[in-house]
Design a protein around this ligand. Structure first.
Ligand code: ZN
Length: 333
């Protein structure tokens, strides 16, 4: 029997709000891992999370892929109704005007956000659509839940990005050079001196940039996202997310044909429009990674479906030494 006195209703509500905001903050981390501004959201009804979303307009080529919209879509699909009366939407950052509009259309009852957004916030920072009486529908709004954590996550993201860009501009960062002919990856210091060299396995189908070719793209790339920091060796990834499994020979034997993505992912983006960026030859949209592969079956020869495969320990060493936006040159020779 629970003998502790019941919490006053407001305290109870505060604890509930903090708990769901923490879930939204965990989703924001998934955005950060993709190199997107870290914002997360959950939709809650009757004490249950019914929708989850995180911000990823760049990766999805979708200007409306804000955390709130993604969470509303997820919830509406789940319950089979585009209207979500009686629900509460938790989002780590103050909603923008677009998201406020979607929230009203969905008839969300209450919105709780973390940090204010001084440039685009539509709940008081720039405009307040939530108090706009000429609009037909409203949601109650409350800010400041885990504001410090939510705001700090966004500030850290931008400070890391600024630092990486400045580093790159000043030519201070390392460069990765991959040779398809030699099946090797070299890490170079800013003066072009070799720091380290590891064997790799690139595409069985050889060099090529076209979508669906299963070839390894050539030319200048950057690392657009680093995924898997701190995860154990042989962590299994599907769709750039850890499945919770650790690769073992038994797991491998069960699916001998599978293209395992293990340990870490360095997601590459081409920088040469028309050659390896945009259109039908976009390395990022082709999900070209430098990734770990089962050590027992790794061979230093072209065998992959387009990605650059490495031994797991080698990849971890590389991963620790290259920031996001590091230049990656892939050549045939
Ligand atoms: Zn928005």
């Amino acid at each position: 029997m629970n003998t502790s006195p019941p919490l006053p209703l407001s305290q109870d509500q505060d604890a509930t709000d903090a708990r769901f905001m923490a879930e939204a903050l965990a989703l924001a981390e998934q955005a950060a891992q993709l190199g997107e501004v870290p914002v997360g959201a959950v939709v809650v009804r009757d004490g249950q999370v019914i929708g989850r979303g995180f911000n990823h307009p760049i990766a999805s080529h979708d200007p409306s892929a804000h955390a709130e919209i993604m969470a509303l879509r997820d919830a509406a699909r789940g319950v089979g109704n585009y209207r979500l009366p009686g629900s509460t939407l938790y989002v780590t950052l103050e909603p923008c005007a677009m998201c406020a509009g979607a929230i009203f259309h969905a008839r969300v009852g209450r919105v709780v956000y973390g940090a204010p957004e001084p440039k685009t916030g539509a709940a008081g920072s720039v405009v307040n659509l939530f108090s706009e009486l000429r609009l037909n529908h409203h949601a109650s709004i409350q800010g400041g839940v885990l504001a410090q954590e939510c705001g700090e996550r966004v500030r850290r993201f931008f400070s890391e990005k600024r630092q990486a860009m400045a580093w790159k501009r000043k030519g201070r960062g390392p460069t990765i050079a991959i040779s398809l002919a030699r099946q090797e990856l070299r890490l170079l210091d800013p003066t072009g001196q070799e720091i380290a060299r590891w064997p790799v396995s690139t595409a069985l189908n050889g060099p090529g940039e076209a979508s669906g070719s299963c070839c390894t793209p050539r030319g200048q790339h950057i690392i657009r996202a680093k995924i898997g920091a701190g995860m154990p060796l042989n962590t299994v990834f599907v769709g750039r997310r850890p499945t919770g499994e650790i690769y073992s020979p038994e797991l491998g034997a069960a699916e001998p044909q599978r293209d395992w993505i293990l340990t870490r992912i360095l997601w590459l983006s081409g920088t040469q429009p028309g050659f390896n960026r945009l259109g039908s030859c976009d390395s990022m949209r082709r999900y070209i990674y430098i990734h770990g592969t089962p050590d027992a079956v790794f061979q230093n020869q072209p065998l992959s479906h387009g990605c650059v495969r490495m031994r797991n320990q080698d990849l971890v060493e590389l991963f620790e030494r290259v920031p996001v936006y590091t230049r990656v040159d892939i050549t045939e020779t």
